[in-house]
Design a protein around this ligand. Structure first.
Ligand SMILES: Nc1ncnc2c1ncn2[C@@H]1O[C@H](COP(=O)(O)OP(=O)(O)OP(=O)(O)O)[C@@H](O)[C@H]1O
Ligand SMILES: [Mg+2]
Length: 433
């Protein structure tokens, strides 16, 4: 009879081994399964020598150990119901074995009947196996799904890595483009400046031309007087001539100064800080910006007001850089008043004011215009690179972002904005003196 118990033990190990066939756990348990199968196969004939009773008890012990071992191991958790289904069979094995040892006569008398509980317990195990098989299939499906998920994750990761690399390349491209744009913004501000400078040169040049012409006429007159012998008149004319020539020299020098200034500006920013007269710098760029705009659009007019503090110390700055900042502030201000002027010309007096003051070891430069103001919702954005409300071609939106870099990062200063819609805009730059 003990053959049933050994058979159950062997089937148990074989079945579990079989379900591990495609599992990643197989390498871990395979040797164990083989050893157990061999041990059971060998234990049966040997224990049979000691008689059916002892053999049944040993088989019960083997079964009990296998169930105990399986329930303890995490890897065999899905087999729990199947393993537990062996308890009745184990019980039967012990009872049968012991009864056979103690009451061999009784057992041999009712041998046929003892088969009933054994077969019943055996069938019970088989039944539980069918049920747990379904569970195992589900587990298999899960592990297949897991593998599929792993594959998908790997695919997505590869895709994301690709995308990241593409983005990186795009970012690098954008950064290069941004550098180019900043460069061209600098050139554009130079262009505006040149227009202003041309206007400034025009003035002294007109003087030089006019006085030269007049002087030529005077020389003819002087010749005539000399021929006539009127020395006195000739001397008077010579004096006039001298006056004229000194005016020509004066205006020539002015033009010379302007050209020198232009050359200085066109040179790349030296980034060298030097003590600078802020009032002079502001005044110079104020007029340059205005005339630069006027050169482009003759219909444009504005009042220029200046309130320069008289006790201003010289400030250590990079003049070209701060000049560029001022130029942008002035251009923005003139642009704003020009827009408002175009909308309602009746009674509107476009005015741009620049004031300077020294306070608390700082120098403040304020540029105020009575244009349309900055709407509340865009106030936070105006310093962002490329933010502009101007039509394409008229503004790159880099002016204030460059200004911010120059003043805040380059000079440890600050830029503040105050504005009221339809009323005014006021930018204040403060630089430590
Ligand atoms: N004085 C001002 N009045 C009204 N809006 C202003 C004034 N100054 C700046 N802004 C607003 O801030 C935006 C950004 O100014 P920013 O100087 O940075 O660029 P931009 O003038 O548009 O172009 P760019 O200076 O590069 O030619 C402007 O487009 C405008 O909307
Ligand atoms: Mg601007």
């Amino acid at each position: 009879m003990s053959v049933f118990f050994y058979l159950a033990a062997f089937i148990m190990v074989t079945r579990i081994a079989k379900t591990f066939k495609f599992s990643p756990l197989r390498p871990k348990w395979k040797p164990m399964f083989s050893t157990a199968q061999l041990a059971i196969a060998l234990a049966y004939p040997f224990s049979e020598i000691a008689g059916d009773g002892i053999s049944s008890i040993i088989a019960g012990g083997i079964l009990l150990y296998l169930v105990y071992f399986g329930l303890r191991e995490q890897d065999f958790k899905p087999f729990k119901p199947y393993l537990e289904a062996h308890y009745p069979l184990i019980g039967v094995a012990f009872v049968y074995g012991l009864t056979k040892l103690i009451l061999p006569k009784f057992v041999s008398e009712y041998e046929e009947y003892s088969l009933i509980p054994i077969v019943a317990a055996f069938i019970y195990v088989l039944g539980r196996w069918a049920a747990s098989k379904k569970q195992m299939e589900q587990i298999n499906i899960f592990s297949q799904r897991n593998a599929e998920l792993d594959r998908l994750v790997a695919e997505r990761t590869a895709e994301l890595t690709n995308q990241k690399e593409e983005l990186q390349a795009t970012l690098e491209q954008l950064q290069a483009t941004q550098q180019q744009l900043i460069q061209s913004e600098k050139l554009a501000s130079l262009g505006e400046l040149t227009a202003g400078i041309a206007h400034e040169i025009q003035n002294p040049l007109n003087f030089v031309n006019n006085f030269s012409e007049v002087s030529m006429e005077l020389i003819d007159e002087m010749k005539e007087e000399l021929e006539k012998g009127d020395k006195e008149e000739a001397t008077a004319i010579a004096n006039d001539l001298k006056d004229n020539l000194s005016k020509i020299i004066h205006h020539g020098r002015r033009a010379d100064g302007i050209v020198k200034g232009m050359l200085q500006h066109s040179r790349a920013s030296s980034n060298v800080k030097e003590p600078t007269d802020i009032n002079k710098l502001a005044d110079e760029y104020f007029r340059l910006a205005y005339h630069g705009l006027r050169a482009k659009d003759k219909s444009f007019n504005a009042e220029l007001e200046t309130h320069f503090g008289d006790q201003l110390p010289t400030v250590n700055i990079v003049p070209q850089d701060v000049g560029r900042v001022l130029l942008n502030l002035f251009n923005n201000a003139f642009y704003a008043v020009h827009q408002k002027q175009k909308d309602n010309s009746e009674g509107y007096k476009p005015t741009v004011t620049v004031s300077t003051i020294a306070k608390d070891k700082q120098v403040f430069i304020t540029v105020r215009d009575n244009g349309n103001g900055i709407p509340e919702e865009v106030k936070d954005k105006i310093m962002q690179p490329f933010f502009t409300t101007k039509p394409t071609g008229e503004g790159t939106g880099l002016g204030l972002s460059l200004s911010y870099d120059i003043i805040v990062k380059g000079h440890n200063g600050k830029i503040d904005v105050k504005s009221e819609e339809n009323s005014y805009t006021e930018f204040t730059i403060s630089i430590p003196g």
